[in-house]
Design a protein around this ligand. Sequence first.
Ligand code: 5GP
Length: 178
Amino acid sequence: MEKNIGEILITREEIAAKVAELARLLDEEYAGKNPLMICVLKGALMFMADLTRAMKIPLELDFMAVSSYGVSTRSSGVVRILKDLETGIEGRHVVIVEDIIDTGLTLKYLVQNLQSRRPASLKICTLLDKPSRRQADLQPDYCCFEIPDKFVVGYGLDYAEEYRNLPFIGVLKPEAYQ
Ligand code: 5GP
């Protein structure tokens, strides 16, 4: 499997340190607010698990699945909700937990959709951000790492459903998807 990884961009130790730091910040900002942490499946799975496990305040978890890339590496801009929340979010403090913001088109749709349900607050927390690729007018409130315009896999992120279980963030060799 790892023969298709050209370079390790972020090590598991670097991820763990940033996630712990972010958990402490969220503990402070959401103390007494019982935040609803929404994991955007499947890519944010590992991040969500590690982040919420490192947080000490009471919180709740929920999950959404939206369509994104399929087996291509470019955003289609078309977003479909494949799995919706089980929790009503009106009046709740909501944190969207994402794996990566690329064009921002997927998240823009999600934010608009969730805002229409009238949460008390809605913030975006992402593991990775590729600001150079942004098409939608949208910034994360919390971001662990800004990365260059490279296609990455690992720690939840896939290519055609592979590589999600790598413990680090790696750059896929172009020949692996061309
Ligand atoms: P956006 O709508 O921001 O362009 O795309 C967001 C989604 O595209 C992410 O949640 C992720 O599923 C996928 N994506 C964007 N860039 C990458 C990347 O470098 N690697 C992987 N594996 N997925 C990506």
